[in-house]
Design a protein around this ligand. Structure first.
Ligand code: 13P
Length: 247
């Protein structure tokens, strides 16, 4: 069976002092993790976290990556730059980036391609809004979002991680039930199977109010291979409980 992946997404939270304490507390409580663990930190803290995580079992993730390789793109950070700071995963197409920064399916697909080109694994986020769910469009929306990434990345699609994050469940305390999440994961798995003969090794994460109390039941679903954790990843004990649930 493939190892599960528990990835924290700190979003725009943290400080030098808070990051130091959080990572040290997580490392102190981490007994030979039997799943993969990563933390997605704000870009300015990559160097700090790289140093704190050197020769540990926790991988570093960025929360974004530029769609461009380099040059006159003020404020952007390239894959090559992220790679220099030991970044192993890049979150791409998070709903907050789609919503507040106008990232389209095509931009997200190119970002995934840039990451792969630099040896960074993209964690591609897809998910429907509440309006879309209520209109019965969930399958259609996530398939459209994933199709763009498949189209742009061809056979390399087997190297990505996909995170299903229903927008209505993010930061709201409303989690998809394990059955609801599994239903969408099965749709995504089928789409990946049609695109790649290696679809079984693609990790499909669930994200959206995953916490210490509900992680085990979500992670028990056949097509849920890990979690992308926001709020609960900022509390060492909660994050450790989720990691333990993924063993
Ligand atoms: P919460 O776990 O805070 O709902 O956030 C989920 C998320 O957006 C992770 O990327």
């Amino acid at each position: 069976m493939m190892k599960k992946l528990i990835a924290g997404n700190w979003k725009m939270n943290g400080s030098l002092a808070a990051n130091d304490k959080l990572l040290k507390d997580i490392l102190a409580g981490l007994s030979q993790a039997s799943c993969q663990v990563a933390v997605g930190v704000p870009a300015v803290y990559l160097a700090q976290c790289q140093a704190l995580l050197a020769s540990t079992e926790i991988d570093l993730a960025s929360q974004d990556i530029s769609a461009h390789e380099g040059g006159a793109y003020t404020g952007e950070i390239s894959g090559a730059m992220l790679k220099e700071f030991g970044v192993r995963f890049a979150i791409v197409g998070h709903s907050e980036r789609r919503q507040y920064h106008g990232e389209t399916d095509e931009v997200v697909a190119v970002k995934a391609q840039r990451a792969l080109g630099c040896g960074i694994t993209p964690i591609v986020c897809v998910g429907e809004t509440l309006t879309e769910r209520e209109a019965g469009q969930t399958g259609e929306v996530v398939k459209r979002q994933l199709a763009a990434v498949i189209h742009t990345n061809g056979h390399c699609i087997s190297e990505v991680v996909v995170a299903y994050e229903p927008v209505w469940a993010i930061g709201t305390g409303k989690t998809a039930t394990p059955e609801m999440a599994q239903q969408v994961h099965a749709v995504l798995r089928a789409q990946l199977k049609a695109a790649s003969e290696h679809a079984d090794r693609i990790k499909l994460l669930y994200g959206g109010s995953m916490n210490a109390a509900n992680a085990a039941s979500l992670l028990a679903q056949p097509d849920i291979d890990g979690g992308l954790i926001g709020g609960a990843a900022l509390k060492a004990q909660d994050f450790l409980t989720i990691i333990a649930a993924a063993a």
